[in-house]
Design a protein around this ligand. Structure first.
Ligand SMILES: Cc1cc2nc3c(=O)[nH]c(=O)nc-3n(C[C@H](O)[C@H](O)[C@H](O)COP(=O)(O)O)c2cc1C
Length: 405
């Protein structure tokens, strides 16, 4: 699958912070994903990392001198900002933040920012006291007012051996913020509730009933919905995945807990997507102590758990949300889709074909069939992120239809 960065023109403005070396790694990652990176460095930045490092990592010469352009030795200070899809200033020093806040244009980077049509993202990095200084805070506030995005610094041990806010965030979080900035924001204003992962139904203090769900599909849906501007609440059973950036995560264990969490959070949501693989059964009683091996004839009695999807289907009209279900099936996929769509009062159901090697549980790819009141469509075998995007496209279509009625 092609990266969303492929072919994107990104200007990376590097300033004189000790964190400049970290951004070398970001430039390398972006270039590997197919982005066309033009690095602009301030004079101070060149004292921390050499332009040669960034040139080698981006595969392009690094721009440092505004007047070189006028002598025909590099791209013009106006052209660079105008051609970009995105301008990222990282690390951004207190000094450059102040210059940008006041609209100064005293070097190639600040001039490029002023001339840019593209969105500008700024990643402050500095000592905590410099960051918390009212002057810096005011300047960051001014950048927000100008419409620039701020990549909020994180807390931790700083290069100056003090602890506090002012560090650049990890690349995975930054990557997500860059992708959100480049993505269409067609889910802005929507509150989406997504469930993911398996549930665990305890048998005794050591054992439980569960299933093979990894949470990958639900987490991909949460990530893509957030990237497209939605406010996302993710209710997840046990999963080893990291929560997507900017998503509110609620962790649960059992089907009962998941039901409680979903019912507690469903008010005010415009869409609910139930991608979790909730246990259908649980042990009738939980043994307070670990069951011993000696009980060789042990027979486990099960009872049904609550059907959360059905409950949500029954409350749908009252609350006004769009309801999307998932079902893992290994045969008769079309019949199952049509039946569950009606029976559970859903607006959309994704039937997950778990018979193939590359679909369903644990893997990074998926193949689903979507059913709504118009009929069905087979989605291709593709990454779970792309599957999530295609499902969200359909969700938006259904939301528009619903609101027109
Ligand atoms: C070792 C060292 C580390 C520095 N680290 C930072 C930093 O992380 N953040 C910051 O705002 N300034 C830092 N400074 C100060 C800036 O380099 C200085 O304000 C410079 O004028 C910034 O220029 P520029 O914004 O044009 O790149 C550091 C200075 C030194 C000597």
């Amino acid at each position: 699958m092609q990266s969303s960065f492929a072919g994107k023109k990104i200007v990376v403005g590097v300033t004189g912070s000790i964190a400049a070396f970290k951004v070398a790694g970001w430039v390398s990652a972006l270039t590997q994903e197919g982005a066309e990176i033009s690095v602009v460095m301030t004079e101070s930045a060149c004292r921390f990392v050499t332009p040669l490092t960034f040139a080698a990592l981006s595969g392009r010469s690094v721009l440092t001198d505004m007047f070189a352009a006028e002598e025909g030795r590099s791209i013009s200070h106006i052209q660079l900002g105008q051609e970009a899809d995105l301008v990222l200033v990282a690390p951004a020093t207190a000094n450059t933040i102040a210059r940008m806040a006041y609209g100064l244009a005293d070097d190639l980077l600040t001039t490029t920012v002023l001339a840019a049509d593209a969105p500008v993202l700024v990643a402050p990095a500095m000592n905590s006291r410099m960051l918390m200084n009212p002057a810096t805070q005011r300047n960051i506030g001014m950048l927000k007012e100008l419409g620039h995005g701020i990549i909020e610094p994180t807390s931790g041990m700083m290069a100056c051996k003090t602890e506090g806010p002012g560090r650049l965030p990890e690349w995975e979080d930054v990557r997500e913020q860059l992708l959100a900035t480049l993505s269409i924001q067609d889910l802005q204003g929507e509150k989406i509730l997504i469930t993911a992962g398996p549930t665990r139904e305890a048998l005794d203090p050591a054992r439980f009933l569960s299933n093979r769900s990894s949470g990958k599909m639900g987490y991909a849906l949460a990530r893509m919905a957030r990237r497209r501007g939605a406010e996302v609440v993710l209710i997840s059973g046990p999963s080893s995945l990291s929560p997507p950036h900017g998503v509110e995560l609620i962790n649960v264990q059992t089907a009962y807990e998941m039901c409680q969490a979903v019912m507690g959070a469903c008010r005010g949501t415009s869409v609910i997507i139930k991608a979790a693989a909730v246990s259908d059964f649980r042990p009738e009683a939980k043994f307070p102590q670990k069951v011993k091996k000696d009980d060789a004839e042990f027979v486990l009695k099960l009872e049904q758990t609550i059907d959360i999807l059905k409950e949500l289907g029954e409350r749908k009209e009252e609350h006004g949300y769009l309801l999307v279900g998932f079902a893992a099936e290994s045969c008769n996929l079309h019949a199952a889709g049509e039946e569950k769509l009606k029976k559970k009062n859903l607006d959309l159901i994704a039937i997950n074909d778990i018979s193939g090697e590359h679909t369903g549980f644990e893997v990074d790819t998926n193949k689903v069939i979507l059913f709504d009141r118009h009929g069905f469509s087979d989605l291709p075998l593709t990454s779970k992120e792309e599957t999530a995007d295609l499902i969200l496209d359909r969700v938006i279509k259904l939301l528009i239809e619903k609101r027109m009625h």
